[in-house]
Design a protein around this ligand. Structure first.
Ligand code: NDP
Length: 421
């Protein structure tokens, strides 16, 4: 989810970093444009919205307060002594930070909170009606959070700083994030933001869109298209939170500082762009035949199977290559002592997990039909992201494994799509 890195391994800027500055303007503008256009009846890519709302119209104390309340609620769930405590990867100092792994419980508690709100007849479609204000509030809070992160990092010792976010150029460091693991006591701000308010918030947004659809389209029950989008994305987030501990080995947690890039990505980009299909369906209904529904569910099921099996197989193999349960795998030894899997899904393409993720993205978008490209925003973004990520990984693996990697590429020539790419 957290690949808003442009470029991912940026060399230090020579002077004022215009790229970073443009990116800080570009990212919020993209989200704003997506939201404004998706709300139009004629939601074509090239349609120009009537105008951009004035800042005074975008900032409303009520949505702002609700976003703040949501962050506090999730923070409260995060600090509850429920769930196991896991250790992160060793830091430069050799120390390993401890993380409370209770994301799945936070999801269950959030579902219960939404249930209570419904029972109390709270109108959750309010989120849809004030979506731009919610977006602006989240963007403002992510900017304020980034300022706080930048300022507090000034007094830190070198070992707490992220290599990528300490060039000495304010804007660059503000964007990339100076501190590696900002914490208030045991509360890890980066880990919290990566997995909780944005991801679970995305599901609440989707659900509010479902209620808004019923209201706007005067339906007694949600449309099948809206239901599919809600269920698919709920399952994806639930799966991610179920496997929450695995994020501790990702680049975001291990290498990246926590600055505007990740704060905006976690709190704004994910909830407000990944919900594009549900937002679109509120005002652009799309009937689905039973045949289409079965086809879409099948794509999702195949995508999930490929995604989960590929990731689990590799993770289990990396954790314990001698596991007898994995003895069926064929492997290529490398000079580093690690081996590369060359059979099963990892023998079909070099990134079957990306293929599975993309198939799921297809299944999320298809319920919106083919009238407009906007509900395919996530899919297009994911495709570009994963192609870029694959190229970077390929480069790193070639450096790491040398001729063994070349041999793997010879045996498994396709990167993501069998016989295509
Ligand atoms: P991978 O999980 O594919 O990790 C790549 C690493 O796996 C390589 O560097 C190498 O590391 C190891 N590896 C590669 N090939 C083999 C092999 N044949 N056998 C054994 N090990 C191998 O990549 P990501 O971390 O990029 O992605 C993880 C998941 O997250 C994917 O499913 C992806 O789709 C998803 N994702 C989703 C995003 C979203 O926004 N939806 C964004 C980014 C990722 P080593 O050898 O050192 O172990």
């Amino acid at each position: 989810l957290k690949q808003l890195k442009f470029p991912p391994t940026a060399p230090l800027p020579a002077a004022f970093p215009p790229g970073t500055f443009l990116m800080m303007l570009f990212l919020p503008s993209v989200v704003m444009a997506l939201l404004l256009k998706t709300a139009l009846d004629d939601a074509r890519l090239l349609t120009v919205p009537d105008g951009v709302p004035a800042p005074a119209d975008l900032l409303d104390w009520r949505p702002f307060g609700l976003v703040l309340l949501w962050l506090l609620f999730q923070a409260l769930l995060y600090v509850l002594p429920v769930g196991k405590v896991a250790e992160g990867m060793p830091l430069k100092s050799g120390k390993r930070l401890k993380y409370r792994i209770n994301g799945f419980y936070a999801l269950l508690a959030s579902v219960a909170a939404v249930g209570v709100a419904l029972h109390q007849e709270v109108d959750l479609s309010y989120v849809h009606a004030h979506f731009l204000q919610f977006f602006a509030s989240a963007a403002l809070l992510s900017a304020l959070l980034s300022v706080w992160l930048y300022v507090r990092a000034r007094a830190l010792p070198g070992e707490d700083l992220a290599p990528s976010g300490n060039s000495g150029f304010l804007l660059h460091d503000f964007f990339m994030g100076r501190e590696l693991n900002p914490r208030v006591g045991a509360f890890d701000v980066k880990f919290f933001c990566e997995m909780r308010p944005g991801l679970i918030g995305w599901l609440v947004i989707n659900f509010s869109m479902l209620l808004a659809e019923m209201k706007v389209q005067k339906l007694d029950s949600p449309s099948p298209a809206m239901l599919l989008v809600n269920i698919f994305q709920f399952l994806w987030v639930a799966d991610g939170l179920w496997h929450e501990e695995k994020i501790l080995t990702t680049m975001d947690i291990v290498h990246d500082g926590f600055g505007f890039m990740l704060a905006f990505g976690d709190l704004v980009w994910v909830p407000f762009t990944f919900s594009c299909q549900a937002y679109y369906l509120v005002s652009h209904p799309n009937d689905l035949s039973v045949f289409w529904m079965v086809a879409i569910i099948s794509v999702k099921a195949v995508g999930y199977y490929v995604f989960r099996k590929a990731n689990s197989e590799k993770n289990n193999f990396r954790r314990n290559p001698a596991d007898p349960a994995l003895s069926y795998l064929k492997t290529i030894p490398t000079a580093t002592g690690k081996s590369l899997i060359v059979s099963g899904l990892w023998g079909v393409v070099r990134h079957p997990n990306y293929l599975g993720d993309l198939l799921m993205g297809v299944a999320w978008s298809l319920p919106c039909g083919f009238n407009h490209v906007l509900p395919y925003f996530y899919l297009i973004y994911l495709l570009l992201l994963l192609i870029h990520r694959d190229a970077r990984d390929n480069h790193q693996c070639r450096k790491k494994y040398g001729s063994a990697w070349d041999e793997y590429c010879r045996v498994v020539p396709y990167r993501i799509f069998p016989k295509v790419y």
